[in-house]
Ligand binder design. Structure first.
Ligand code: PRP
Ligand code: ZN
Length: 299
């Protein structure tokens, strides 16, 4: 296939989203070979190339039409969106799907032992961050005048170096803060991974695969929590049992050989099925309850 008719998707090269993003693509059916430079995964069974880049570059690559799609944290998307707007450029990437990984938060963190008395107490302070646009908006929304010290990395050591009084940085496990004697004080933004795409028209040859890929991403997202549940139930208990099945719309009712009072109920539950649910189903009259994992789903 013509090289420029292959879809291009950018993901983080090394970081909290990398493994999950590659795993998601494999679950979408992608078989890839990784180039020698490790910066490109060539899709062998789909016209899709995966570029491994710095996460901060992903919105720009989509903006500039180098990539059709990107998987990146909402933190980066929001920071870039505000940065583009500040420069009078309208951002050319649409968030299409929220993914269920990469959860983290952008936080104000203060050196251990230092009190934090709310946003107002930040007035006149120097705050180091790699997210100047999000932080500036957050401060402005609260009417706080503080000095935003924009760094390109290693924000967590800024207070010790005397470059700032406190920081505003991403936290997921909290290990980085602890290691640097910092304490989480307030959340500025919650984040998780999202898929972004160019809003520009995509060549028809690519469009079909783009839609297929996005549908598969949705399918993978949905099956993760989904379970297939099978049980026997007395007919009169059906309304009650239908209500107890978590996130299932239309259960299938199947007659059982040799009995009219009981039927088999099959349903896809789009939420996890816990022991409590099974116990409640049993109490409602269900028996022979089976819960199976769902491997693939295409709504
Ligand atoms: C963030 C942040 C910390 C770390 C916090 O960096 O700057 O270094 O993650 O994670 P923890 O709470 O689990 O210790 P990130 O991974 O986004 O790296 P990047 O800024 O280079 O993209
Ligand atoms: Zn980054």
């Amino acid at each position: 296939m013509d090289k420029h008719l292959r879809l291009k998707l950018a993901i983080q090269k090394s970081g909290r989203l990398t493994d999950n993003s590659l795993d998601l693509l494999v679950r979408c059916g992608l078989k890839y070979s990784r180039g020698k430079d490790q910066l490109l995964c060539f899709g062998e069974n789909m016209p899709l190339d995966v570029l491994l880049v710095r996460d901060d570059d992903i919105p720009d690559l989509v903006q500039e039409d180098v990539c059709d799609l990107g998987i990146v944290g909402q933190n980066v998307v929001e920071e870039k969106r505000l940065a583009f707007e500040a420069r009078g450029i309208s951002p050319l990437f649409d968030v299409v799907t929220t993914l269920d990984y990469g959860r983290c938060r952008l936080c104000i963190a203060v050196p251990d032992g230092q009190p934090y008395q709310g946003a107002a107490s930040l007035a006149g302070k120097r705050i180091a961050t790699t997210y100047p646009n999000i932080l500036t908006r957050w401060l402005r929304d609260r009417g706080v005048e503080a000095q935003v010290v924009t760094l390109s990395g290693a924000v967590e050591i800024a207070p010790r170096l005397g470059r700032a009084d406190l920081i505003c940085d991403l936290v997921s496990t909290g290990n980085t803060l602890t290691a640097n004697h910092l304490r989480e004080a307030e959340t500025v933004l919650e984040s998780q991974a999202v898929v972004i795409r160019t809003p520009k028209p995509i060549a028809p040859e690519k469009r079909d695969w783009l839609h297929r890929l996005l549908a598969r991403v949705d399918g993978v997202q949905q099956v993760k929590e989904s379970k297939y549940i099978m049980l026997h139930a007395p007919r009169e208990a059906l309304p009650m049992i239908a209500r107890l099945l978590p996130g299932s719309e239309h259960p299938t009712i199947v007659p059982l050989e040799g009995t009219d009072e009981k039927v088999a109920v099959h349903a896809v539950c789009r939420e996890n099925v816990f022991w409590e649910t099974l116990e409640a189903l049993k109490a409602a009259g269900a028996s022979a309850i089976l819960v199976l994992p769902v491997e693939k789903m295409l709504p």
